[in-house]
Design a protein around this ligand. Sequence first.
Ligand code: DOR
Ligand code: ZN
Length: 358
Amino acid sequence: MSNAQSSSQSTRAPVGSQISIIRPDDWHLHVRDNEALKAVVPFTAKQCGRAIIMPNLTPPVTTTEQAGAYQQAILNAVGKNSDFKPLMTLYLTDSTPAKEIKNAVASGIISAVKLYPAGATTNSDAGVTDIKKCYQTLEMMQTLGLPLLVHGEVTSQDIDIFDREKIFIDQRLKTLVKDFPELKVVFEHITTADAADFVTESSPYVAATITAHHLLMNRNDMLVGGIKPHHYCLPVLKRETHRETLVKAAISGNSKFFMGTDSAPHSKHNKETACGCAGMFTAFAAIELYTEAFDKAGALDKLEQFSSLNGPLFYGLDANSDKITLQREKWTVPDSYPFGDDVIIPLRAGKTINWKLV
Ligand code: DOR
Ligand code: ZN
């Protein structure tokens, strides 16, 4: 158990206590496609009203037409009895035409555009090699109010992996927000105090998502006592001081910070191997994990704002109209869940989570 997991026990809600919050949304989610999609989508549909769906498929979702077909596949996997709404994104490339942004906004299907620096993470090879190549497209997004979602890491081989987020801020993001002062930017899955500070100090057009795993774990949880491939994600877990700053940002009440799980399922086979994929599967218990993090920080009263209000506010949408209830009750996470021909190992497999969705 890390320091993170043993702190502030005394301020926690008592066993059996319940909280009700407006239904949350997941502002950053990977659901893959085909059989994998069918296996994971129902978890999010059960918890969340909406989710921003990442476009890093093979091939990537670069057109509104592709996004429409992808949205339909997700809706088919959810079934007719659910009100869950997948909010679709386009994958930005060096050559995404400004015209595609016009189509995207006119269609009403697309909620945002995702920037992956080429080579930064899973299926990012078709990503952006030089942001200057996208300036006309970004101009159109700024004009039409379509948000840019940013994977904020530089990719140069000579930059240490633990420094890639900070260097991205200094070398790329500062220029981007200066050149497009009214472009809505979500700095996705922030992992450092540098990122939290940058977002806090930026204009209201800049916000950030924070994952549950970056609120609950630090890099010791990945590397001490043996390497834990299921705790490997990108951006990689950082040191404890960064985790503490992320918790402060999440519970601050600042509307710039909101829930985005970055639940990123990969098969057991692709995680437990010599060169394992990046990503943690948390969608099965997303809100429970966030609730645990807020409870540990003695800030359950700030959970609803982070999970259910700040995101819609930034995206210009109404909050969900119904509520969910969570109970402080320990339950054991299954060792695995089915995932197409393979299985997926959830975060905390075989271990317990302190909160349960009622
Ligand atoms: O850990 C991650 N997994 N980070 C990302 O940026 C991508 C994601 C994935 O798609 O597997
Ligand atoms: Zn992601």
